[in-house]
Design a protein around this ligand. Sequence first.
Ligand code: TYD
Length: 224
Amino acid sequence: MSRGLFITLEGLDGSGKTTQINRLAEWLKKRGKLPVVTRQPGGTATGDRIRSLVLDSRSAGLAPLAEMALMFADRAQAIAEVIEPALADGRIVLCDRFTDSTEAYQGGGRELGSQVVLDLHRLVCGNLQPDLTLLLLPSLEASLARARRRNERIAAQSGKDEGRFEQELDGFYGRVREKYKEIAAREPERVVLIEGDLSIDEVQQKIAEAVAAHLWRFACTPSA
Ligand code: TYD
C-alpha cells in the first residue's frame, strides 16, 4: 500500500484554521477520501492532558524551553499513536498545527530561534515533514480579536481556560507572524501562504486548489 498524504494547517490564533480544516475534511469526503483529522497540542489522551497544561492561563511562569519541550512531547505521542499509523495505512492526515507552530511561537514569539526547534524536530519527531502546509495569515488585528472573543466565549460556556497564549502582547504575535513568513519563504515547495483578510469561501477555494494539485501525486487509498 502506498503511503498517505500528510497535510498541516498553520496560522495565527483566530486565523480560521478550525473552520477550514472542517471544510477541507468535508471536501475530501465528497471525493471519496476519508481523512484522519487531528490537532496539536492534543489529539491523543496524553496530548489532551499536555494541552490543558500549556494552554491554561494558570500555567503562568512556564519557562520557554519547558513550553517547547511539552509541545514536542505532545507531538512525539501524536506521531506514534495517530499520524504514522494513518500514513502507513495510506490515509490522508489533516493536522491542525505541527512543528511550524513551535518554530513560529517558541522559536519566533518566545525568541528561542529556529535552530533548536529544527534540531529537536529531527531528534524527537524523526524529522517527519508534511507533504503540504496551508498557512493562513490574516492581519494581526483581525485574527487576535477573533481568538480573544472565542476564548472568552468558551470560558463563559464551559469554564475551560485555554487563553494563556492570547494574553500575550501584540509584539509576541508580530514575531510569530514574521517567523511564519520566514518559514514560507524558506520552503515554498511545501508551504502555501494564504495571506490577508479574505472571506471564509475565498480561503476555502485557495485551499481546495492547493490540495487538488497535490492529490494526483499521491495514490491515497480511502478507507472507511
Ligand atoms: P490552537 O488550539 O490551534 O489555537 P487556535 O485555534 O487559536 O489557533 O493552539 C493553541 C495555542 O498553542 C496557540 O496559541 C498556539 C500554541 N502553540 C505553540 O505555541 N506551539 C506549538 O508547537 C503548538 C502546536 C501550539
